[in-house]
Design a protein around this ligand. Structure first.
Ligand code: NDP
Ligand code: 8G0
Length: 447
């Protein structure tokens, strides 16, 4: 297969979708060899069918704000692929949301969900609605208006959404409630639900914990201990905070956080007490990280409008905010400061140039679709519990999560180990994820 021709063609058909093209290019450029080994796949033009979403639903969401004004946002659901299970993936509410971003996320989700070993296809949805500064009632009205448009496309065996950036337990609760009202059915169509109505223990923690479990698997391949290591984290949302909590409990030092206003760097590491001061994991209350800097000027530095990477000395980086938040220059700064491992909590946080820097330096580098798969894995476990109408203990879910992360790591090693012994986790994750979906698509015929 000529990868360049394939990408050029896609780019000419979708010229205004850079994130989508970026995600496809990364996958296609690493699975080309494997694809060439299966002429049967080529005969049914399987790769192109796998790269273009099954369907995209887009709609206007009209809602009324607290001042009685009618507001309009765009809403979308990208149902990318359901060869191995119902469409599955989160919903993002952020002013930056557009079709290119949701298409890249739905594409990545398909490969990630394949790696989890569970039966889930790939999807993503969202809106350019910004929850920032909105009242609780405004959020509720928006969620209801969003689901009024989308509910017909969803279902426990059809398409199962969850949260993502800007969508947490509160928003999932409002969307689930309205879905239930519209359909008159009570089922497991959403994951990330509250514990009282079908949610799974450990789902809030799963992405962050899972990323740390994946990191431990990677470090073990080089006999490196996590205790005492300095870890730079970006973001200060769901993924970042549970990553930090797990790291602190394992004796690592967390030396940075960020939000969309800026970053803090704490060279000697934040203590659990200081962490609890600004973040309340039970209520998911989170202060702005600038507040922490104001309170503790002696131990940290605040960098307004900047990411942490060029300011931090860390052994490990775990970017956990958003796509393309770590570029080539950032990667070079991290490497120059002694970084030996990068494990991605966010989806596609590193630019292609940054990934090249990490891999050329032969450090441990895990792409999001492997390292952050713990979140959707526990969503898959939530679906399993809902369909059996029972719930598992936290210990049981956590044990399964650990097992799944170890399995994903194993798949990366199997398909990603280079002749010199370096584990290319990008190649490994893409190849393993691809093969399962491709075999399923092939078996099901051209559709
Ligand atoms: P949250 O909304 O809980 O937190 C997002 C964090 O990232 C906030 O600190 C936010 O800052 C910051 N952020 C968001 N957008 C930007 C931006 N454009 N520039 C700078 N900072 C930004 O989301 P999650 O923690 O759930 O998600 C974080 C990442 O992890 C995303 O890439 C998501 O797709 C991925 N992910 C999430 C999973 C989950 O289970 N939640 C599962 C797998 C991946 P602010 O508060 O200022 O907006
Ligand atoms: O549970 C989910 O389906 C979900 C939610 C948010 C993000 C992700 C992801 O894997 O990126 C999955």
């Amino acid at each position: 297969m000529n990868v360049q021709e394939f990408i050029d063609d896609l780019r000419s058909r979708f010229p205004h979708e850079p994130e989508y093209i970026q995600a496809v290019e990364e996958v296609v450029s690493t699975i080309g060899d494997v694809y060439d080994r299966y002429p049967a796949f080529k005969n049914v033009n399987l790769l192109e069918r796998l790269c273009i979403p099954d369907r995209i639903i887009s709609f206007r969401v009209s809602w009324v704000d607290d001042k009685g004004r009618v507001r309009n946002n765009m809403g979308y659901r990208v149902q990318h692929n359901n060869a191995i299970g119902p469409y599955k993936g989160g919903i993002r509410f952020h002013s930056s949301v557009n079709l290119s971003i949701l298409k890249f996320l739905a594409f990545e989700q398909t490969f990630k969900n394949s790696l989890t070993t569970l039966s889930m296809g790939g999807a993503k949805g969202g809106s350019d609605f910004s929850p920032r500064g909105k009242s609780d009632m405004e959020i509720m009205r928006f969620c209801q208006a969003f689901i009024t448009e989308l509910w017909r496309q969803l279902g426990p065996d059809m398409d199962v959404p969850a949260g993502d950036i800007g969508v947490g337990a509160r928003e999932v609760g409002y969307m689930f409630g309205w879905y239930k009202k519209m359909t008159r059915e009570y089922n497991g169509t959403f994951t990330g639900k509250g514990l009282d109505f079908g949610g799974s223990l450990i789902r809030p923690e799963a992405t962050g914990y899972g990323n740390v479990y994946f990191l431990l698997n990677m470090l073990a391949t080089r006999g490196i201990d996590l205790a005492g290591k300095k870890v730079a984290i970006s973001g200060s949302g769901n993924v970042a905070l549970y990553t930090a909590e797990k790291l602190l409990s394992l004796g690592a030092k967390v030396v940075s956080f960020s939000d969309s206003d800026g970053s803090i760097v704490v060279p000697e590491g934040i203590t659990k007490e200081q962490f609890d001061e600004i973040f309340d994991l039970k209520t998911m209350y989170r202060g702005r990280i600038s507040e922490f800097a104001e309170k503790h000027p002696d131990i940290c530095t605040y960098y307004p409008r900047e990411r942490p990477w060029r300011h931090v000395q860390a052994d490990i980086a775990m970017p956990s905010a958003t796509q393309n938040e770590l570029d080539g220059e950032d990667a070079r700064a991290l490497l120059a400061n002694g970084c030996i491992a990068v494990s991605e909590g966010a989806n596609m946080p590193s630019t292609p140039e940054a990934i090249r820097e990490f891999q050329n330096a032969r450090i441990l580098y895990a792409p999001g679709k492997a390292a952050n798969a713990g979140g959707v894995s526990v969503s898959g476990l939530e679906m399993a519990q809902n369909s059996q109408k029972l719930s598992w203990t936290a210990e049981e879910v956590d044990a399964r999560l650990k097992g799944i992360m170890a399995d994903i790591h194993e798949q990366c090693v199997k398909y990603g180990t280079a002749p010199d012994g370096y584990i290319d986790y990008v190649r490994g994750a893409n190849t393993a994820g691809f093969l399962k979906v491709a075999r399923a698509m092939y078996a099901q015929g051209v559709l």
